[in-house]
Ligand binder design. Structure first.
Ligand code: PEP
Length: 250
């Protein structure tokens, strides 16, 4: 039997929200608690990245697939490292939709991020219509395959995955713990076909309307290792409750 050493994690995706005052209250609220069994990460808008205490783990919400040059509005992995970023959210459904990011581009960005020594938080998930028409697992497999083909299974040891059903993001419509567990177990089994050890150690977060009030039951599912949090990551007390729920898993 394999021993699991998955460390619980909660990442807050501030999207295009937050300011210096939220940075202060978030840091002071989380500093009060013992969160030693888990990692919490804040992914604020780019201009705020350099304004956090050094003790806060930071992620960006995007990265360029290029190293430097004439790419107006883009940010490279090396610039992210300069401002202390360790994680990069890649493949969020809002970027897939609003910025037309394809599976191929997402795979390229995952590779670029890994090559730079940063940790991708690779997001995947289905629209409601896909669940309704019964093609959920084919749809998710295609999203996973696009990245697997570019980086290979062994590189999954260096990334975090986040299952985010699109119908649950920002809608208040959370996946049930059973729905989340079903997909997380599917993903782990899917990876295990290529490498059982990597699959067993793979951190898989759930994202989609997680709040302090539902985090415990979602995170108590055996294959859910924490959460990627949007709206509730802007409310320090709620975010703290979510982190405390993850800390109990550690
Ligand atoms: C997200 O944007 O990644 C997210 C999960 O948002 P929310 O928690 O607001 O549903």
């Amino acid at each position: 039997m394999q021993v699991t050493t998955r460390r619980p994690m909660v990442a807050g995706n501030w999207k295009m929200n937050g300011d210096t005052s939220l940075i202060k209250t978030m840091q002071s609220t989380l500093a009060q608690a013992d969160l030693s069994n888990m990692d919490w990460v804040i992914c604020p808008p780019m201009p705020l990245l350099g304004l956090f205490d050094k003790s806060t783990k930071l992620g960006s919400q995007n990265v360029s697939q290029f190293d430097s040059g004439a790419h107006t509005g883009e940010t490279s992995t090396s610039l992210l490292k300069e401002v202390g970023c360790q994680y990069v959210i890649i493949g969020h459904s809002e970027r897939r939709q609003d910025n037309h990011e394809s599976d191929q581009l997402i795979a390229e960005k995952v590779k670029k991020t890994l090559d730079a020594g940063l940790t991708p938080i690779f997001c995947f998930g289905e629209p409601e219509s896909v669940r309704d028409d019964g093609s959920l697992f084919e749809y998710l497999s295609a999203q996973l395959d696009a990245v697997l083909e570019v980086i290979g299974i062994s590189a999954f040891a260096d990334l975090v995955m986040a299952y985010e059903p699109i119908w649950a993001i920002g809608t208040g419509k959370t996946a049930s713990p059973e729905q989340a567990q079903e997909v997380h177990a599917f993903v782990r089994d899917y990876l295990a076909k290529q490498d059982a050890n990597i699959a067993q150690q793979q951190v898989i977060l759930y994202g989609g309307s997680v709040k302090g009030s539902n985090a415990d039951e979602l995170f108590s599912q055996p294959d859910v290792d924490g959460g990627l949090i949007g709206g509730a990551s802007l409310k320090p007390d709620d975010f703290l409750s979510i982190c405390l729920a993850a800390n109990k898993l550690g």
